[in-house]
Ligand binder design. Structure first.
Ligand code: MG
Length: 397
């Protein structure tokens, strides 16, 4: 089987209401859908973050991929995404989409799910968290979440609807004391749920320590990227040793793992196959983390169904997965896969069992959301005019 073409399609898929975080807001999710076509008529699917830079890289990949056998993934990796190419040219995200598509092709050719190609599943269902954000109203006039009462009410809705056992509170938007109060309100409303927080590295070390002290009696599952940098995390870890620390921002590649270990910077590495160079490499990273006694869970970066399926297969084969995975998926209003959105059940999702990734493209939806992408000058990110500069390292622009 030989690859004969790579087709990429930018899409923009609406979400229920705009999501706020420390550096802006998401009006919807911009992604690129990749189709790898072969001489045998099979088509492999991949997906990565949207953006012109990624589109340009995929454009460059096309010629290099022609004639390659999708089973020869190590050869393809060293051609497109050697450690040097990842770091110097930033090939990591589009390569992940190509890797997903090659694995999809392998599975389709063999009639086996991707998880079978990775050593086989240790679990059939993956647990996810309720991913809470501060939100703006949508154009229909609902959805705003701007205070503790609204956050608790929304969390109750999500937990009731999806049966989540873990809650993630995305913060770093309002002044720290307000967000501490919101966490405490969530803890009181959900005494037995795990609750994690993620201000996207926006606090100084001293602010992060203040939050760790204020929340000590309220048992956060972990503080994710409370401050920037491996050394920053290490200092928080030394000064607030009781708190569990996680990262997907300061630790997001193989290069970051040795200093994280040497500096004893964190407890939980949030893996993401998009950032580690594909599903195979994320699996290797999971083993490195186990070797150095760091727990793993999974980051989410606005995935649609193809990436979500890739992450389900990965999560299915990781014995040392230590908590519910993050996923933006429940925010989506729709998806580009046949049958619509993947279904949640009891706070989790079933790992697809069909050949390859186990999902297929809905070409009408692909076209619809491709048209929508043309109207989004800023992609997945917009300025948040109300972002208070007082809580953040980052200047208000
Ligand atoms: Mg994060």
């Amino acid at each position: 089987m030989k690859i004969v073409d790579l087709v990429y399609t930018p899409v923009f898929v609406p979400i229920e209401a705009p999501l706020r975080y420390s550096q802006g807001a998401h009006p919807g999710f911009s992604r690129i859908i990749v189709q790898l076509k072969t001489d045998e008529g099979l088509v492999g699917l991949g997906e990565c973050y949207g953006g012109k830079a990624r589109e340009g890289q995929l454009e460059e990949f096309r010629a290099s991929l022609r004639g390659e056998d999708p089973f020869q993934l190590e050869r393809i990796r060293w051609k497109l995404a050697s450690p040097g190419a990842l770091k110097l040219f930033g090939h990591v995200l589009p390569f992940a989409a190509v890797e997903f598509a090659c694995l999809d092709l392998q599975g389709k050719a063999l009639g086996r799910p991707v998880s079978d190609l990775l050593g086989g599943r240790v679990r059939d269902r993956i647990q996810f968290c309720a991913y809470l954000f501060y939100r703006y109203n949508n154009p229909q006039g609902w959805g705003e979440v701007s205070n503790a009462d609204q956050m608790v009410a929304w969390a109750k809705e999500l937990v009731e609807k999806y049966k989540f056992q873990t809650i993630k509170f995305k913060n770093g938007v309002f002044p720290v004391d307000e967000e501490i109060e919101t966490f405490i309100a969530l803890r009181k409303a959900f005494p037995r749920h795990k609750i994690r927080i993620d201000p996207n590295a926006v606090w100084s070390v001293s602010t992060a320590i203040r939050v760790a002290k204020a929340l000590r009696d309220y048992e956060p599952e972990y503080l994710e990227d409370p401050t920037w940098g491996i050394r920053g995390l290490a200092r928080v870890n030394r000064k607030a040793p009781w708190v569990t620390l996680a990262s997907n921002m300061s630790v997001f590649s193989f290069d970051d793992l040795p200093p994280a270990v040497i500096q004893d910077a964190l407890d939980v590495v949030l893996l993401d196959p998009h950032w580690y160079g594909g599903i195979h490499r994320a699996r290797v990273a999971a083993q490195v983390c186990e070797t150095f006694s760091m727990d793993i869970s999974m980051h989410s970066g606005t995935e649609l169904g193809i990436s979500q399926a890739a992450m389900l297969h990965l999560a299915a084969v990781l014995p040392n997965l230590s908590g519910a995975c993050d996923s933006h998926y429940h925010h989506l209003a729709d998806d580009v896969i046949v049958g619509g959105k993947l279904a949640y059940e009891n706070g989790g999702m079933a790992v697809p069992t069909g050949p390859g990734l186990g999902v297929e493209l809905d070409f009408d939806k692909l076209e619809k959301y491709h048209e929508m992408s043309k109207k989004q000058a800023m992609g997945s990110w917009i300025e948040d005019p109300n972002r208070p500069s007082e809580v953040t390292y980052y200047p208000k622009w």
